[in-house]
Design a protein around this ligand. Sequence first.
Ligand code: FPP
Length: 255
Amino acid sequence: MAEPDSNSPQSVPRHIAIIMDGNGRWAKANGYPRHQGHRAGVKSTRAVVEAAAERGIKALTLFAFSSENWSRPSDEVSSLMSLFFEVLQREVDALHENRIQVRFVGARDELSSRLQKRLQAAEELTADNDGMQLVLAVAYGGRWDIVQATRKLAERVEAGQLSAGDIDEHRLAAELSLAGMPAPDLLIRTGGERRISNFLLWDMAYSELYFTDRLWPDFNADDLDLALEFFAGRERRFGQTGDQVANRAEVTAGD
Ligand code: FPP
């Protein structure tokens, strides 16, 4: 994962991460069972993927299923897994035609082998696409990610390839699931909660956080534009002072 480039103030985020929350409440409010809320959420997902690609976003990471979601009632977990399988089958060709590159992050070995195969097939089909990167976080947790990265480094230390003193932020970041991608510039969370909920804990150190009460099935391209407007109005300091940032912007403008 690349560090944020503090020399290039930008008004459009390169990478957006989204916590798609509120499907269950949307279903309840509309008198449907919860799984209908998830189905309605798929429509928003499609609309937002399309809108993000149109607006030139380079990467979009969606929190589809968290490490903690396994503790939901088993019928909800299995209906979500079936939905992911079905959606992948149905949407992958359209994603490919739009040159979108699909990737999955999360504990794949916790998923059924048929879903793992489908995820891998989608990744392989779209691997060489040069359009937006779409990352689906499934069975993902930010703590899980840091632990799996740490374990990889520990294995290299055990194998004598690395000494403990060599471990730094750069080496740890290189083992995280989003290694090689720019860090998310903007996090959007729908559904009214103002939490990060174990999403990309390391990667979001400097992300701008945008919370909206809109439930995910109601979230559309106009809502995405509101989030983009919010982002464009933020001053990103990356630990510097406001004056330093203003001077930097002048220098950049004069370049
Ligand atoms: C949160 O709603 C949403 C999820 C658990 C993720 C599922 C997301 C989808 C089905 C959207 C489609 C995604 C893909 C990748 C096809 P919630 O159940 O937590 O809502 P609640 O907080 O109102 O109960």
